[in-house]
Ligand binder design. Structure first.
Ligand code: FES
Ligand code: FES
Length: 152
C-alpha cells in the first residue's frame, strides 16, 4: 500500500513523514520518533495507557490512525508540563508507572481546556484510563494538586 505524506506538530516542533495509511499513531510515536513514554496496553481503545493529546483532546493513540493527525498538534507525555509529572510523584500516584503517561496526558489536557476542576470533574478526565495498581485516590490527589498549581 502506498505511503501517505503527513506533517504535524509533535511536542511543539514541526515534523513530516511518510506513513502507511493503516499505521497507528502509537506505532509512529514509539517506533519512528522514539517517544516510548506512551505505552501499549490493550491495543483496543479500552485502557488509556496510550493516551496522547491531539489538539489538546485526549485520544487513544492505539486506535488513532497516524494519517488522522496530519495538520494537527500532538502532545505526548514527553511534551507535557513538568508540573504534572511532579504532582504525580509528589502525591505517590505512580506505582508500577505503566498507566502514568496516559493518566498525566489526560489530566494535563483536561486542566488546560476545562473550567471545571473539582475532584469529580478530574475523575471524569481519567474515566478512560485504567490503573491496574488501583491507585485512583492518589492519582486524583495528584490531579487536584496539578489543577490547583495551574490555576494559581
Ligand atoms: S493501549 Fe490504547 S487504549 Fe489500551
Ligand atoms: S501505577 Fe501501575 S497501572 Fe497505574
Amino acid at each position: 500500500m502506498d505511503s501517505v505524506e503527513i506533517a504535524f506538530r509533535l511536542n511543539g516542533s514541526p515534523v513530516r513523514c511518510a506513513v502507511p495509511p493503516t499505521l497507528a499513531l502509537l506505532e509512529l510515536l514509539r517506533d519512528r520518533f522514539g517517544l516510548t513514554g506512551t505505552k501499549l496496553g490493550c491495543g483496543e481503545g479500552e485502557c488509556g495507557a496510550c493516551t496522547v493529546l491531539v489538539d489538546g483532546e485526549a485520544r487513544d493513540a492505539c486506535i488513532t490512525l497516524a494519517v488522522d493527525v496530519d495538520g494537527r498538534e500532538v502532545t505526548t507525555v514527553e511534551g507535557l508540563p513538568a508540573a504534572v509529572q511532579r504532582a504525580f510523584v509528589a502525591n505517590g500516584a505512580v506505582q508500577c508507572g505503566f498507566c502514568s503517561p496516559g493518566m498525566e496526558a489526560a489530566v494535563a489536557g483536561w486542566v488546560a481546556r476545562e473550567k471545571a476542576l473539582g475532584r469529580a470533574d478530574l475523575a471524569r478526565a481519567i474515566e478512560g484510563n485504567l490503573c491496574r495498581c488501583t491507585g485512583y485516590v492518589k492519582i486524583l490527589d495528584a490531579a487536584e494538586a496539578f489543577a490547583r498549581e495551574s490555576s494559581s
